[in-house]
Design a protein around this ligand. Structure first.
Ligand SMILES: Nc1ncnc2c1ncn2[C@@H]1O[C@H](COP(=O)(O)OP(=O)(O)O)[C@@H](O)[C@H]1O
Ligand SMILES: [Mg+2]
Length: 367
């Protein structure tokens, strides 16, 4: 990059230990992620390292690093990378039913898994797989159908340079986000590839159904117990109701894998593709594409018009006023609910002193 970044950068988001900004250089837009140099836990180094390794091996679903370094005023480490679009979490919460259409959910799920497969192939686990860490590309670059995975601050190398796997530690601290954490994580076990896949499946269920049954539970251990219960035959519907039956098969498959096993990604893609066929759904357009938005608006209009038929003109004004009032209240409630759900899904977990890592990195255990 020849020219310095244009200032001031536009703030997008606070990240765990810094902030993310939009900035420009050479007429192009980029994301600038910063982290205070005095932060005890330095996550940006890992992020940069993983992104550099990924750039050598794969480029399907990852941001490209444009620049990196340290800045004196303010004192921070920074990385400049591809600017991407909205996160899957934001997109989901924007949907009227807080879920994507069936075809869109499954198709997005496939792309999210490809990203994990590429990451695993270079020997890293993500360890914080969730809708807030996946985004789509930018509309101005025509990338609304492309999925990116972000946030490698919690990534961990699970394989040695020669490809053999590292031995698990006897106890590992809680890593990631309670809502999407794998069972092993609740049990403070060392995480492995199948755990990223388990979190990915929870995420697929949430985007398909609009919720996970433990979404309102606060306690980390209670959530773990709930996840275990949901595997029992009598409660399986509580987790999978409204999802294609192939999702249940994927959970059974992933639960059958052991720590050192390489997940059978091909089998999961096959089941996901079968799910598209068996639910008679279409992969495209994705719900946030203009074409899909237009269709949804037309459907809503038609529904409203058919509901209006039969009302007399004498009371129509009053009814209109009432319905506008109701709509305003609903919009307000929806906005409040959206905010609270977003906060809930990212919430910090209570810090226990059970393991050294929990103490070492308490702020990264999020709900
Ligand atoms: N490359 C990027 N382009 C656009 N937005 C980004 C980018 N990287 C991060 N963000 C935004 O900033 C948020 C926080 O970044 P993330 O890398 O997930 O850090 P953390 O979760 O550790 O705070 C993301 O959820 C996303 O909204
Ligand atoms: Mg994140």
């Amino acid at each position: 990059m020849d020219k310095p970044f244009a200032y001031p950068p536009i703030h997008i988001m606070y990240s765990a230990f810094g902030a993310v900004y939009k900035c420009s250089a050479d007429g192009k837009m980029y994301a600038l992620k910063t982290e205070g140099q005095d932060e005890k836990i330095q996550l940006l180094k890992m992020e940069v390292f993983v992104l550099m390794e990924l750039a050598k091996a794969a480029n399907r679903h990852f941001c490209k690093i444009e620049d990196k370094g340290q800045c004196d005023i303010p004192k921070c480490n920074y990385v400049v990378m591809t600017l991407v679009g909205k996160s899957l979490q934001d997109l989901r919460l924007q949907q009227p039913k807080r879920r994507f259409s069936m075809g869109c959910s499954i198709s997005i799920g496939i792309q999210c898994l490809e990203a994990l497969e590429d990451l695993h192939a270079i020997g890293y686990l993500h360890r914080d797989v969730k809708p807030g860490n996946y985004t789509v590309g930018r509309p101005d670059l025509n990338e609304l159908r492309k999925v990116y995975v972000l946030d490698f601050g919690m990534a961990r190398k699970f394989a040695h340079e020669d490809g053999t796997m590292k031995k698990p530690r006897t106890a590992a601290g809680f890593r990631g986000t309670v809502r999407y954490a794998a069972l092993s994580c609740h049990l403070s076990r060392e995480m492995c590839r199948k755990d990223d896949i388990e979190s990915w499946l929870y995420m697929c269920i949430e985007i398909t159904r609009g919720k996970l049954p433990w979404r309102n539970l606060e306690d980390q251990d209670e959530v773990g117990i709930f996840k275990k219960e949901c595997r029992k035959e009598k409660s399986i519907k509580q987790l999978f109701g409204g999802c294609p039956r192939q999702f249940i098969e994927i959970l059974k498959l992933s639960d059958s894998w052991k720590f050192f096993d390489t997940p059978d990604y091909a089998k999961i893609y096959k089941l996901m593709k079968e799910a598209i066929v068996s639910t008679k759904s279409e992969e495209f357009p994705y719900d946030w594409e203009p074409e899909a938005i237009k269709k949804a608006e037309e459907r809503a209009k038609a529904k409203k018009a058919s509901g209006k038929k039969g009302s007399s003109s004498s009371d129509s004004d009053k009814k209109k006023e009432e319905s506008e009032k109701k709509k305003k209240k609903e919009d307000k409630d929806k906005k409040e609910k959206e905010e609270s759900e977003k906060k809930q899904s990212e919430k910090k977990a209570p810090v226990g002193a059970a393991s050294s890592e929990k103490v070492k990195n308490p702020r990264r255990a999020t709900k």
